[in-house]
Design a protein around this ligand. Structure first.
Ligand SMILES: Nc1ncnc2c1ncn2[C@@H]1O[C@H](COP(=O)(O)OP(=O)(O)OP(=O)(O)O)[C@@H](O)[C@H]1O
Ligand SMILES: O=P(O)(O)O[C@@H]1[C@@H](O)[C@H](OP(=O)(O)O)[C@@H](OP(=O)(O)O)[C@H](O)[C@H]1OP(=O)(O)O
Length: 432
């Protein structure tokens, strides 16, 4: 039944923090931690249709579901039905065992691969490839699938397939060397989920392509510099690889861009605090009121008034260019202290603004994210926006004698990066 004996994903076991450490910032005692038994997930594997699939095969042939599934252990399952999908499995297998420098580096740009196995869904048993879910732990996942290449068919494509591929997204692929088969965004104001499918993507051309990317970034007149920088940090690494690598041709592969709108909201909040000039907010996003109980430019005094916590006023700190550059390429803005975030939630929970009802859902999500971040032992927490490459059904390895740069992939990627860089330039006066 299965060709993997181990469960697909042993989530890295994080050292647990006690509630006292999380809420009151009490120092962890390492001696205490070493004796604590590790908690292993024992739940049986459960699967369901993957609700966060923004593009790709999904429709049912009769009752057979062709889309991705989600497993309760943090992985997604991609069906292996067509020949091309079998090639995708070979691709992941080869990447897992390669010694080629170019492929070793490529491995860092793709979802982690956990093997293949059979699952039964909707009454049908079939093989699936098991991959890391790139949206894991995101509270409000914003996702964009960008299919790279003017040419999206592989050397084995039939004339019909070539014609079909040439006709779709023609203007967009011709102008930019990529197309956008789907994306979804949680609006940073209001949290509304907006989905854009391939019918929308097929109509995009010219300026509308850039506007769609701006929409994905939650941008209005301005976009968030920290978000653009994190996205670009991943893209620049990939771009450097694509300009030099000669090992593989990635026909019809996609960039999967992801970020967490819940973290973007926090980022806008923090940037308001650090720099009054900062414009890290979508147009129309109301700037947070700096009231008695707005945390950004103040630290908690230890006193609670009838209107909520009382803060001491702090002088805003100007960042030096060096600090700026370091911040840009490293981490999302840190949570200033367990107190500030906890009190922000406290403010919401106790509804000093008398708007308890409509915030309840958001509070729960923010609180969960906050606990997750506070209980994360990693001193360098992972970025909340990134890019990976997915969909290798049409990837071909170059034999030794045919090694060459994949210009089709490189050009499309370069064009996409250029658009992101134009957004970055718009944010040059933002202080992070
Ligand atoms: N590792 C992943 N983590 C999270 N989401 C993913 C991952 N891989 C794929 N997805 C989601 O599934 C969608 C489709 O993925 P993919 O392109 O691999 O499928 P496909 O059926 O081969 O697509 P196509 O029809 O273009 O060949 C992506 O747009 C994305 O939303
Ligand atoms: O043509 P569509 O409907 O936009 O979607 C196609 C999809 O039908 C096609 O599958 P198949 O018909 O060849 O089985 C996908 O092809 P591959 O599996 O060969 O990649 C296309 O990628 C889909 O197109 P897109 O996602 O670009 O809209």
């Amino acid at each position: 039944m299965s060709n993997v004996s181990e469960p697909p994903l042993r989530r890295s076991i994080r050292r647990q923090r006690s509630i006292y450490q999380v809420h009151y910032a009490i120092q962890r005692r390492d001696d205490e931690m070493t004796a604590r038994p590790l908690v292993q997930p024992t739940d049986p594997l459960e699967i369901q249709a993957f609700a966060l699939q923004v593009a790709g095969h999904r429709k049912c042939e009769d009752t057979k579901y062709l889309g991705l599934l989600q497993c309760n252990n943090g992985t997604i399952l991609k069906p292996i039905i067509k020949e091309a999908q079998k090639r995708e499995v070979d691709f992941y297998k080869r990447l897992a065992s390669t010694t080629d420098e170019d492929l070793l580096e490529l491995r860092t740009f793709v979802p982690k691969y956990f093997g293949c196995r059979k699952f039964t869904y909707n009454g049908y048993e079939q093989d699936y490839v098991i991959l890391e879910d790139l949206t894991l732990r995101m509270l409000e996942p914003c996702i964009m699938d960008v299919k790279i290449g003017k040419r999206t068919w592989d050397p084995l494509a039939t004339p019909e397939k070539i014609k079909n591929e040439q006709t779709k997204y023609a203007a967009c692929k011709q102008q930019y060397g990529f197309c956008i088969p789907g994306f979804q965004v949680y609006r940073v104001t209001g949290g509304k989920l907006c989905k854009y499918n391939k019918d929308y993507g097929k109509k995009l051309q010219g300026q509308a392509v850039k506007d769609a990317i701006r929409t994905y970034l939650n941008g209005g007149a301005v976009v968030c510099r920290a978000l653009v920088l994190q996205t670009l940090a991943a893209l620049w690494r990939l771009q450097r690889w694509a300009r030099a690598q000669q090992a593989v041709r990635l026909y019809s592969a996609s960039l999967l861009l992801v970020y967490d709108a819940a973290r973007l909201r926090t980022c806008c909040h923090n940037q308001d605090a650090l720099a009054p000039r900062a414009e890290c907010r979508a147009a129309g996003l109301p700037r947070r009121r700096h009231s008695l109980h707005s945390t950004p430019s103040a630290s908690f005094s230890g006193q609670l008034s009838a209107r909520g916590p009382v803060y001491r006023k702090l002088q805003p700190v100007r960042l030096t260019p060096l600090t700026l550059a370091q911040d840009s390429f490293s981490q999302p803005p840190p949570i200033s202290s367990p107190w500030t975030e906890a009190l922000a939630s406290f403010n919401h929970n106790h509804s000093f603004d008398h708007n308890y009802e409509d915030k309840l859902c958001k509070i729960k999500m923010d609180y969960k994210a906050m606990l997750d971040q506070l209980s994360n032992d990693d001193p360098k927490p992972s970025p909340w926006a990134t890019v990976k490459v997915i969909d290798f059904a049409h990837a071909f390895f170059n034999e030794e004698e045919e090694r060459a740069v994949d210009d089709n992939f490189r050009e499309g990627l370069d064009n996409f990066v250029a658009i992101m860089e134009s957004f970055l330039r718009e944010t040059d006066d933002q202080v992070i």
